[in-house]
Design a protein around this ligand. Structure first.
Ligand code: KG4
Ligand code: ZN
Length: 346
């Protein structure tokens, strides 16, 4: 049995967690997430403020996670820290802290890819959310459709050509005068919206409809964003807010569901695993479940706490790499962009 301390500081959450276990039998002992509320005032994450806030919080957050787990550093076998992608200044706080811990205590460190963390998150809550499966990772910065043969081996089926799914939610929310992050606000407004009032076309669905077509699995949200912006210019936003939110969310969800359905059908995988902040969207999850049932696939979604950024998922992915024999060198650093280890294009 291995005990892992996970650290996540890639964006605006300072998080630490302790997990223990081996293979797919892993238990979460603690998870502390400190969200930096200050960015709301600016309508988005301000990198310099994020870095400073991580610096203030990292020590108490790690100490709290250790205490909640009934652990001390002496019980920890490995430190797993997010090395990228993300905001470099924010990432550096976690990486430098993790390396300093390692240097002072002799505990090994592994660097973790943030999106690989999101890929592992759901397995902490659902024992069946393990490979082989199709994964749809939908966060604020990335959108990835993957065929996961086994942990550590990923075929990238599709990505976004422009905005990430969460980014599209955040930008449309801003347009509608809602606070950052916008996803939850859009979802709430959409629930009372009229689905027939605004019908936006579903991006990348009608064209590229056959396997082998260039964008069969790829996504794009910039056209939808423009269509929504044009619609807002013609109406009174105040009275149409919920209807626009509904029209936008329906179009975005239909696209994500259609691409995931294609991946499940073509691969024959019986499981679909969702991850990333947008997987908090209950409407998306229920539509995904309905449609994927048509091809006999079961959909696994994380709880909101594990869908958004957290260190438990980083510890979980780190455990896999540690058990595979990986150890980071003292040269471990932060990277703004980084390919998922073990990934190849379809
Ligand atoms: O994975 P995450 O916490 O951070 C990144 O790695 O980016 O994802 C944050 C994103 C934001 O864009 C936020 O608006 C979106 O997740 N989000 C949602 C919902 N809750 C969070 N999007 C749609 N519906 C939601 N309920
Ligand atoms: Zn994330």
């Amino acid at each position: 049995m291995t005990r892992v301390l996970g650290i996540e500081t890639s964006c605006d959450e300072t998080s630490a967690a302790v997990l223990e276990g081996s293979g797919n039998d892993v238990h979460q002992r603690s998870l502390v997430i400190l969200s930096q509320d200050i960015h709301r005032v600016f309508g988005g994450v301000v990198p310099e403020i994020a870095s400073r806030a991580h610096l203030t919080s990292i020590v108490p957050v790690v100490e709290r996670a250790l205490a909640d787990a009934g652990s001390t550093l002496a019980d920890i076998d490995v430190v797993a820290v997010t090395e990228g992608p993300g905001l470099v200044g924010a990432l550096l706080v976690g990486v430098a802290y993790g390396k300093a811990l390692a240097y002072a205590t002799g505990i090994p460190v592994v660097g973790v890819h943030h999106m690989e963390g999101h890929l592992f998150a759901t397995s902490l809550e659902h024992a069946d959310a393990v490979p082989p499966f199709i994964a749809l990772l939908i966060s604020g910065g990335h959108t990835l459709l993957l065929d996961v043969e086994q942990w550590g081996s990923y075929r990238v089926l599709g990505t976004t050509r422009d905005d990430a799914a969460g980014e599209a939610f955040d930008k449309i929310a801003k347009l509608l005068g809602m606070p950052y992050p916008g996803g939850p606000h859009i979802e709430r407004a959409a629930a009372t919206g009229d689905p027939t009032r605004f019908r936006f076309s579903r991006p990348m669905v009608r064209t590229n409809a056959r396997p082998g077509d260039g964008d069969f699995y790829d996504l794009s949200f910039s056209g939808l964003k423009t269509a929504v912006r044009l619609a807002t210019q013609k109406v009174d936003i105040e009275s149409e807010r919920a209807n626009i939110a509904r029209g936008f969310q329906d179009a975005l969800i239909d696209t994500l569901v259609e691409k995931t359905l294609r991946a499940a059908r073509e691969s024959g995988r019986a499981r679909v695993v969702l991850g990333g902040g947008v997987a908090c969207n209950r409407t998306l999850v229920s539509r995904m479940r309905e449609r994927l049932a048509e091809v006999g696939a079961t959909v696994y979604a994380p709880s909101a706490r594990l869908a958004t950024d957290n260190a438990a998922m980083i510890a979980r992915a780190g455990l896999f790499h540690f058990e595979s024999g990986e150890r980071a060198s003292s040269a471990l650093s932060a990277a703004a962009s980084l390919p998922i280890p073990g990934s190849r294009s379809a």
